[in-house]
Design a protein around this ligand. Structure first.
Ligand SMILES: [Zn+2]
Length: 251
């Protein structure tokens, strides 16, 4: 009953506003914590995950032939070369980050990076072995996540620093940090991205999260992938329906 009223309230609002552009009608996620929810959840029983809405969930499959040109701005990432903590939090290996980002002409602060194996997003139906999520928050609470796909190839020194720190840290504790982390080595050279509006991919699955999935991937070695998989080898949420959302591409 309450939910119905909420939805009709939104409809009235949309009608009053007229036809919104992608960004004209996007409530911000005020007060929502970007920290991982400590409630236990299982990747084996994703159907039990509860969420309020459900039309704008992540991850999605990106059909590269169907994307539209994005007229927004690029990504300017000014991350400090440090991992403020490395934590095996029970859902992923998470690294605390510090620094700022200018995303599509707005200021964000980077909070953390964590990984999913295999990738959560798919490109033309294809999973990558690993996906990194660089989580950002704006002052108004808005969340933007930059997704980076990793392929197997050359060893990645920065990823190794994270694996070594994870090995040294106690599960569920932020007791280890990385004094010098070359964060840029975890990012591709190109800042070209796919963009859409989605959600957090772990409970509470909050919507209106801005996603920027970089088009270029970054190599890590097979051994490094295996080492990560010893912690997590299927911590990826299932692909969600696109519904009437659009996916854009910026280069
Ligand atoms: Zn994630």
């Amino acid at each position: 009953m309450k939910r119905k009223m909420f939805i009709s309230g939104i409809l009235v609002f949309v009608m009053l506003m007229g036809a919104p552009t992608t960004y004209a009608f996007v409530p911000t996620v005020v007060g929502e914590s970007v920290q991982v929810d400590k409630t236990p959840f299982s990747y084996e029983h994703q159907e039990e995950w509860e969420f309020v809405s459900g039309k704008m969930q992540s991850p999605i499959n990106i059909e590269t032939s169907k994307v539209e040109d994005y007229l927004g701005d690029g990504l300017e990432l000014n991350y400090d070369p440090i991992g403020t903590y490395v934590e095996n939090n029970g859902h992923s290996i998470q690294v605390g980050l510090r620094g700022t980002a200018e995303i599509d002409d707005r200021d964000f602060t980077v909070t953390q990076l964590h990984f999913h194996a295999p990738s959560e997003h798919t490109l033309d139906g294809k999973h990558f072995p690993l996906e990194g999520h660089f989580v950002h928050q704006a002052q108004d609470g808005r969340i933007a996540v930059i997704g980076v796909m990793y392929t197997t190839g050359k060893e990645n020194a920065a990823f190794q620093d994270i694996l070594d720190a994870a090995k040294a840290s106690t599960k569920g504790s932020k007791d280890v940090k990385i004094d010098e982390l070359k964060v840029t080595r975890l990012l591709p050279k190109s800042r070209s991205y796919y963009h859409y509006l989605g959600s957090l991919t772990t409970p509470p699955l909050t919507e209106n999260v801005e996603w920027y999935v970089l088009t270029e991937s970054v190599p890590i070695s097979k051994e490094q992938l295996k080492e990560f998989q010893r912690y997590y080898d299927h911590n990826n949420r299932d692909i969600q329906e696109l519904n009437d959302r659009k996916v854009f591409k910026w280069d």
